[in-house]
Design a protein around this ligand. Structure first.
Ligand code: PRP
Ligand code: URA
Length: 209
């Protein structure tokens, strides 16, 4: 699929191997989520427009490129998405941050909304939606639905681990959204967990289980 980009980089592979390990500590898990998000940000921002500027160095004039003033926003899907925010803010310090709170009903696996607070001008921004896991795709589709209801036209989805079911669901509902993933796993199990995945990302980031 043209809009789906799956990373293939030795550093990402290595960090994912440690992230997935069931014996990785909460501290290390949190650090790895952030480090992988930073590496993904590098790829996901590849198509941002730039403008040419002249810069005077101590030695002469240099033709340089800077970001073309496009306003950006980062929107984590709570809770687990919070683990990816700092890495993106480090690289894009001027980005505004919105929050969308969704949890999956354990029976139906459908997303339930409990919070939404977005920058007022979100509709004029390129929005990076972040969430470590893309399972059924229900949470991602619901978050993108909200953003479009708020006028967003330029949305990039970033997930660390996805699966074919989730990618298909997002692409079917929102074919205009560019998707960046660190890995695409085999399938979902009967509880709609990604196999082999990494378990429950929120619980592993926040140490709640
Ligand atoms: C996880 C994950 C995604 C969602 C993915 O969150 O962080 O938001 O599940 O599943 P889906 O693609 O089937 O919707 P969860 O609902 O466990 O909430 P949490 O982040 O608060 O733990
Ligand atoms: N949410 C998670 O945290 N992990 C999965 O595998 C699926 C949904």
């Amino acid at each position: 699929m043209a809009n789906v980009h799956i990373m293939d980089h030795p550093l990402v592979h290595h960090k994912l191997a440690v992230l997935r390990n069931k014996d990785t500590s909460v501290k290390e898990f949190r650090e790895l989520v952030s480090e992988i998000a930073g590496l993904m940000c590098y790829e996901a921002t590849r198509n941002l427009p730039t403008v040419e500027v002249d810069v005077e160095t101590p030695v002469g004039m240099a033709k340089c490129r800077t970001l073309a003033g496009k306003k950006l926003a980062i929107v984590p899907i709570l809770r687990a998405g919070l683990g990816m925010v700092d890495a993106l803010v480090d690289l894009i310090p001027s980005a505004k941050i919105g929050h969308i709170g969704l949890y999956r009903d354990p029976e139906t696996h459908k997303p339930v909304e409990y919070y939404c607070k977005l920058p007022e001008d979100i509709g004029n921004r390129v929005v990076f939606v972040v969430d470590p896991m893309l399972a059924t795709g229900g949470s991602a589709v619901a978050a993108i639905d909200f953003l479009k209801q708020h006028g967003c036209k330029n949305i990039v989805m970033m997930n660390i681990i996805g699966c074919p079911e989730g990618i298909e669901a997002v692409q079917k509902a929102h074919p205009d959204v560019e998707m960046y993933l660190a890995a695409c796993d085999e399938r979902l199990n009967e509880h709609a967990y990604i196999v082999p995945g990494l378990g429950d990302a929120g619980d592993r980031i926040f140490g709640t289980k």
